[in-house]
Design a protein around this ligand. Structure first.
Ligand code: HEM
Length: 201
């Protein structure tokens, strides 16, 4: 049976490297958070990376390079090749609300794997924007003096910490929903490795 390319190689490689980077960033970030919590709770040691504060910071900075270099490759490819325009646009609030409603009723068909529905488009765009916000607020926390104008965009150093935390929470939530959707529509999973689906899939 003939197959159709639905995920270009660049998208597949950057997607899986990004999964690794985000996993390391979030779990090492929780380790760093535990040293100076913003709220009245800690993350359990079992879900943190690094063992202690300095270990968490080292993992966070190492994974940051992977996240940023990989992200630049993905976003540049997405914009230059027309991938974003073709797969993530157009997007209207009406279509997003409609498709989220259908998904909650269990009625959202994902028959054509070459086309993302509006809920997927919104989720992927939100993930890309939240990751960019995480990098910007992270830079402001890292160098609040040298990058003072950037920190001011978030109010101040403390403001940047809150923005960093809430953007992380948004990424964690959307990724959780994303993975649940993959489990519910398992046909999508192998295509993110092979890039291909059968023409009628
Ligand atoms: C184990 C975790 C994950 C699994 C199993 C997974 C799986 C998938 C699959 C199967 C698709 C294609 C969906 C389709 O064809 O309908 C996809 C697309 C996508 N995923 Fe994930 N994903 C995971 C984690 C993540 C994470 C952590 C992020 C970002 C923070 C992410 C962001 C995206 C984006 C942006 C796309 C669209 C890619 C494009 O076409 O440009 N995923 N994922």
């Amino acid at each position: 049976m003939p197959t159709l390319l639905v995920h270009p190689l660049v998208v597949r490689i950057t997607h899986w490297l990004n999964v690794l980077a985000v996993l390391m960033m979030i779990t090492s970030g929780w380790q760093i958070y535990n040293a100076s919590p913003l709220f009245g709770f800690f993350f359990p040691d079992s879900v943190t990376l690094g063992g202690w504060l300095a270990g968490g910071i080292m993992w966070h900075f190492a994974a940051m390079w992977l996240l940023v270099v990989n992200g630049v490759v993905y976003v540049t490819y997405g914009m230059v090749s027309g991938h974003f325009r073709r797969k993530l646009l157009p997007l209207t609030p009406r279509a997003v609300l409609h498709d989220i409603g259908e998904a909650l009723r269990g009625r959202l068909a994902h028959e054509n794997l070459a086309v993302y529905n509006a809920a997927q488009r919104a989720a992927y765009l939100a993930l890309i924007l939240c990751l960019a916000l995480l990098v910007a607020s992270g830079l402001a926390i890292w160098k609040p003096v040298q990058l003072h104008p950037l920190a001011l965009l978030f109010g101040d150093y403390e403001g940047a910490r809150y923005v960093h935390f809430f953007a992380m929470s948004a990424v964690a939530f959307i990724v959780l929903v994303h993975v649940v959707m993959v489990v519910l529509v398992p046909r999508t999973f192998p295509s993110m490795f092979t890039g291909r689906v059968h023409e009628k899939a």
